[in-house]
Design a protein around this ligand. Structure first.
Ligand SMILES: *[C@@H]1O[C@H](CO)[C@@H](O)[C@H](O)[C@H]1NC(C)=O
Ligand SMILES: *[C@@H]1O[C@H](CO)[C@@H](O)[C@H](O)[C@H]1NC(C)=O
Length: 422
């Protein structure tokens, strides 16, 4: 009971103190208590706290007995400095006529706020954030008030727009981070961001119109993996995943861009993969390659993401894995020959391969040729075998003497003019 009573009396004292200081009419600027603010080169008016307005006081610098302004100045409880300079910064004391200390004031000089520089960015299709920085250093305690409105809502007929709604606060998280976040924004709507810089000398507002679809810039793809393909000395397989900040939705997909270059080669080759992986087929055999990917909204809203960190991979130099059939062996040998024949071989000069990126692997072409060769050889062999059999059968059907000579099948033709010419 007594503790609640003492609590109540503390509150009453606080209220009374507040009333007394309010009656002094000293504007309590935002900032630390007891500090008043002015601008260099301008006149500054200090206000004696703890006295009511109009009470005549004497002003001194703290620690200096020289009278700055007497009680007969006609300015009451205020001290006027005609042109404030940095040497005027410091502590001032005001005294009432009876010599009692009325109050102390600290003067700090600085500049009024200037319109801050604001930019907004979105790493997904629902949320965006705005960041800001002062366009001029005020030298004073500063805070920012951040809010936004939905500017226009496109009507169904494309003409009508509903009046703007809001404003709503744009929460700063954490406070003092020079960043606020708008959650659950509409992709097609226009928003007007209000960032107001406030300091004890005033406020200055910057308005910025943004729409998600213009500022959208995904984070780079993640988990980039570059692997060799055993048995294919010119191939590299790259795979990656969506950035975790981009939840996959049917209406909001990403497309990708992949770049690769051999070590010590300055220029990147670029491809636009269809999915979350790409097989590079014109890598330089034996050289490490740098690979990187970036992402963009698949309908081209906003801009490309930054590049992912580079990942290095070297094409395989080993043979094909065991489960691949034996015909592969000649393919690999012919592949080497094809390299020697190719005038566009990038290996010696490290020039970029001028052939289109989706050209077929020479290895595959050679494989087709080899199988064609095998097929035609088999066809020829089968034809020869059939011919031999036929001739042999024909000859065996005759009553003529058996001749051991190789050209024996021809002999009956010579001897039988009625036989068809072969
Ligand atoms: C937007 O932000 C909220 C809250 O952080 C989050 O849950 C949501 O997944 C975000 N939306 C997208 C599309 O990333
Ligand atoms: C911007 O925000 C400030 C501070 O909240 C407010 O005083 C001002 O009226 C706003 N300006 C506009 C144009 O909305």
């Amino acid at each position: 009971m007594s503790s609640s009573c003492s609590g109540l009396s503390k509150v009453l004292v606080a209220v009374a103190t507040a009333l007394v200081s309010a009656s002094s009419l000293c504007p309590q600027a935002w900032g630390p208590p007891g500090v008043q603010y002015g601008q260099p080169g301008r006149s500054v008016m200090l206000c004696c706290p703890g006295v009511s307005a109009g009470t005549p006081v004497s002003w001194f610098r703290d620690g200096d007995s020289k009278l700055l302004q007497g009680p007969d100045s006609g300015l009451g409880h205020q001290l006027v400095l005609a042109r404030a300079e940095s040497t005027d910064e410091g502590t001032y004391i005001c005294q009432t006529l009876d010599g009692a200390l009325a109050g102390t004031v600290i003067l700090k000089l600085g500049y009024p706020p200037a319109r801050p520089v604001v930019s907004c960015q979105a790493a997904d299709y629902e949320n965006f954030s705005c960041t800001w920085s002062p366009s001029q250093v005020s030298g004073l305690p500063t805070r920012y008030l951040t809010s936004y409105r939905k500017k226009t809502v496109p009507g169904t007929d494309g003409q009508r727009v509903s009046p703007s709604t809001g404003p709503w606060p744009c929460p700063q998280d954490p406070l003092g981070a020079a960043r606020c976040v708008v959650h659950g924004a509409e992709f097609w709507s226009q928003y007007r961001i209000n960032v107001t810089e406030v300091n004890p000398l005033g406020a200055s507002t910057r308005l910025l119109d943004v729409s998600l679809q213009n500022i959208l810039r995904p984070d780079p793809p993640q988990g980039l993996l570059v692997e060799s393909v055993p048995g294919y000395p010119r191939r590299l397989r790259a795979s990656w995943t969506y950035p975790t900040s981009w939840p996959r939705q049917p209406h909001f997909l990403l497309k990708f861009r992949l770049q690769y270059r051999p070590a010590q080669h300055p220029a990147w080759s670029t491809v636009e993969p269809a999915g979350l992986e790409e097989v590079i087929t014109d890598a330089v055999a034996g050289l490490p390659h740098a690979v990187r990917v970036s992402a963009r909204d698949f309908l081209d809203a906003g801009t490309w993401s930054a590049w992912s960190p580079e990942v290095w991979g070297t094409p395989s130099t080993g043979p094909l894995p065991k489960e691949v059939p034996d015909e592969s062996q000649p393919q690999v040998q012919v592949e080497t020959v094809a390299h020697v024949d190719s005038p566009a071989l990038p290996r010696p000069s490290l020039q970029p391969d001028p052939r289109p990126l989706d050209h077929r692997d020479p290895l595959e072409q050679v494989a087709v040729l080899v199988s064609l060769g095998i097929f035609s050889f088999l066809g020829l062999a089968a034809g020869a075998l059939a011919l031999g059999l036929w001739l042999r059968l024909r000859r065996g059907g005759k009553d003529g003497p058996q001749k051991p000579e190789f050209l024996a099948p021809m002999i009956p033709v010579d001897k039988l003019p009625g036989a068809p010419n072969l």
